[in-house]
Design a protein around this ligand. Structure first.
Ligand code: FAD
Length: 455
């Protein structure tokens, strides 16, 4: 008998699961129905800042697979359909056809919740004014583009995390005057230790960004329905920043309301609770992607880390399991990378601050090195910081900030963390060397060796 898999959400997690299940099961064995409330499926949100900046020139190039392409593979994708409720006991979802305005009930044998995350949108006075934008979807990018074409000259980006940084770079590239307002005392303050973030702040200012750190936004003044100024309070001083557009980039929260309303377990992190096979606490109901919490491999804590790399892997795990295989998701280290112009920024595992908060007796050791042999043309400075457990020498985390080709070295350190290596073991690893790529001691080896000598 044909079983039916219903998927809520037609992007990375949902459609990776669909594709994997379809590879393993025929249409006669498994019917796959995916509901997506927008009109698009499977697009690369990660490319949106580069679309805004004009590095990527066509929005269509960010679409990995259209609804028609999914249908051609035997996946019944229904766009502009929103799931409004899950009936756990009755194994059914309530679906609203957003164009026809009709509601129906669809039975499932297996259900995957892949509803993603939403950008934080604080209830600041004036936040709903025209010109206050976010960048989460292709439609958002089109809206930013409309404002740029209409002549926006001054932009304020609220939040100096990954997306804030990438958007600021893009808007700068398009010739706008860009101000970045950040509540913390450093850009990327939630993901880097302060000493590593200094170089990021320096690069932003050198590029012409008016970077206001330690400055909390309190609201917006609105004239004729449009945003005019961003109100901030920096200690006792209150300032105002003029803006034609404001882009909010304050991080995300998991879209777990549907699950919570249905009685499916949601963790303290705000993400849907799943086991390592990505089962929720209800039979035949699975969840994956930005809407779930994952186990942090260094602390064992449940965390929401909303990244495409996890969403795609988790989707594949669920697809395999639903199709009768046995796959597990191994947890997260918080490995991430971005760039501001020529400066690459990457991290994995715990920062020094996070390690202390998790109860580790940790030290941070920073090494200054070079991306290539120092005599080789194009060599750029780079810094590697490793966070190490005192006594055992266990590597707990790493951060890299530096010029071209510095950042992806984080993957070596992430591999070491994944395998719970000590810095002494990392320092002895067989890494590649030739002058155009590194010095004879790769910066990763130098950093690990320096730390091993200090603990
Ligand atoms: P989503 O992509 O959010 O998809 C969820 C889908 O579910 C959405 O299409 C939504 O419309 C739909 N949906 C929700 N509720 C319902 C409902 N009730 N009924 C029907 N449909 C519903 N990650 C990286 O790893 N590296 C990067 O460089 C990176 N850069 C990024 C840059 C930007 C600007 C953004 C916004 C994100 C970036 N990410 C990056 C994160 C990455 O895009 C997400 O982690 C990934 O898209 C998550 O996939 P998902 O399927 O879990 O959720």
């Amino acid at each position: 008998m044909t079983r039916r898999l219903v998927i809520i959400g037609g992007d990375a997690a949902g459609m990776s699961a669909a594709a994997q299940a379809r590879r393993m099961k025929t249409v006669d064995e498994l019917e796959i129905v995916a509901f997506e409330r927008t009109s698009r499926t499977s697009y690369a949100a990660c490319g949106l800042p580069y679309l805004v900046g004009g590095i990527v020139t066509s929005p269509d190039s960010l679409i990995a697979r259209t609804p028609e392409q999914h249908r051609a593979k035997g996946i019944d994708v229904r766009t502009r359909h929103e799931v409004t409720a899950i009936d756990v006991k009755g194994s059914a979802v309530t679906v609203r056809d957003l164009d026809a305005g009709l509601e129906s009930t669809v039975h499932f044998d297996e259900l995957l919740i892949g509803t993603g995350a939403s950008g934080l949108w604080p209830r600041w006075p004036g936040i709903d004014a025209k010109g206050v934008l976010q960048l989460r979807t292709l439609d958002d990018a089109a809206e930013v583009e409309r404002w740029l074409v209409a002549g926006a000259r001054r932009a304020v980006v609220v939040g100096a995390g990954y997306i804030g940084l990438e958007v600021a770079e893009g808007l700068l590239k398009r010739g706008l005057h860009v101000t970045v307002v950040e509540r913390l005392d450093a850009p990327m303050g939630a993901v880097l230790d302060a000493d590593m973030a200094t170089d990021v702040a320096g690069a932003m200012r050198a590029a012409g960004i008016d970077l206001r750190l330690g400055t909390a936004v309190t609201g917006f003044t609105v004239i004729d329905g449009r945003v005019a100024t961003v109100e901030t309070a920096a200690g006792a001083v209150t300032g105002a920043v003029e803006a034609d557009i404001v882009v909010i980039g304050l991080g995300v929260r998991a879209n777990a309301e549907l699950a919570r309303a249905a009685g499916i377990g949601v963790g303290e992190s705000g993400g849907i609770h799943v086991d390592d096979r990505l089962r929720t606490d209800q039979p035949h109901i699975w969840a994956a992607g930005d809407c779930v919490e994952s186990r942090h491999r260094m602390t064992g804590q449940s965390v929401v880390v909303a990244l495409g790399t996890h969403a795609n892997k988790q989707g594949r795990v669920v697809g395999t399991n639903i199709a009768g295989g046995n796959a597990a998701f191994g947890g997260v280290l918080g490995t991430a990378i971005t760039r501001f112009q020529d400066l690459e920024i990457a991290r994995t595992g715990l920062t020094e601050k996070e390690a202390a908060a998790a109860g580790f007796d940790a030290i941070g050791v920073t090494t200054e090195a070079s991306t290539r042999a120092q005599y080789y043309p194009g060599a750029q400075p780079m810094k590697v910081k490793v966070v190490v457990e005192r006594g055992s020498g266990l590597l707990l985390g790493a951060q890299i900030v530096g010029g071209a080709d510095a950042g992806k070295r984080i993957d070596v350190l992430a591999t070491a963390l994944w395998n719970r290596m000590t810095v002494a073991e990392v320092a002895g690893m067989d890494l590649s060397y030739a002058p155009p790529f590194s010095s004879v001691w790769d910066p990763v080896l130098l950093a690990a060796g320096k730390a091993a000598a200090m603990i």
